[in-house]
Design a protein around this ligand. Structure first.
Ligand code: ARG
Length: 247
């Protein structure tokens, strides 16, 4: 045991070390989450988190490779080494934290609602939706879905593979409300909503978003957390945040 300790140079130093040796940081994401990761008209993946990850890769001196992965299977994909890290607007939940490690949060969000226009006044909070006569939608595998099932358990729930379809169900009047992270709904209410949706914008959950790493990889966690500390204080974070969230 003692000799193993003195052979520190042979110790596995984790995903950041691997990325540096490879020359590429591979990040798993589901690019459907506006304005964090989304596909533009030219087919490029852009967004707030994408810019953070570009800056992270630059600090490592490596190229960034985005690995598109369905949100539902993103933790298993990390655990089976399809990529090095999850960067997909992932809420740090205690349940997920039993399976993976999380960096420090890079932003805090919460659940909000997009409701059918004609329910304005009738539905003032998520509590008013907790009735068997209402139908709510969200995306499969997300905290939107978990919160719907936990806090709005009496309503009928319908999960979709992507956010856009779930929003369209409300726009088309097939469902009454879409439950999702506030930043997504800010964009969606104007994009898909166009006078058909009302945004109940008061977040009713506390959801830190963080990067997901494999368990046990404390060297990489140290690197990522120190990097976050640096960019929060050297202007990098503010510059990127202003670019995507400026009113
Ligand atoms: N924050 C929510 C969650 O962790 C939604 C994230 C969705 N991310 C995405 N890339 N579609 O479940």
């Amino acid at each position: 045991l003692l000799s193993a300790c003195t052979l520190g140079g042979l110790a596995h130093a984790g995903m950041v070390d691997d990325a540096v040796k490879r020359g590429t940081l591979r990040v798993g994401m589901d690019p459907t989450y506006m304005p964090f990761e989304m596909t533009n008209k030219r087919g490029e993946i852009i967004g707030f988190e994408v810019d953070l990850l570009k800056a992270m890769a630059k600090s490592m001196g490596v190229k960034l490779e985005l690995v598109s992965t369905a949100y539902d299977g993103i933790i298993p994909a990390l655990l089976t080494d399809k990529f090095d890290m999850i960067g997909s607007g992932m809420t740090l939940t205690q349940e997920r934290n039993l399976r993976i490690n999380f960096s420090e949060p890079f932003i805090v969000v919460g659940q909000t609602l997009l409701i059918r226009k004609d329910l304005q006044g009738e539905i003032k909070s998520y509590k008013d939706l907790n009735d068997a006569k209402y139908r709510i939608t969200s995306k499969i595998g997300t905290t939107g879905e978990m919160v719907a099932k936990r806090l709005i358990a009496k309503a009928k729930y319908n999960g979709f593979d992507n956010e856009q379809e779930a929003v369209m169900d409300v726009v088309n009047g097939k469902a009454d409300a879409f439950i999702y992270d506030a930043p997504y709904n800010v964009v969606a209410v104007n994009k898909a909503g166009a006078g058909k949706l009302v945004f109940l914008d008061e977040p009713f959950t506390f959801e830190p978003l963080a990067f997901g790493l494999k368990k046990g990889d404390y060297d990489s966690l140290n690197w990522v957390n120190n990097w976050l500390h640096q960019i929060r204080n050297d202007g990098t974070y503010d510059r990127i945040h202003t670019k995507w969230f400026k009113k």
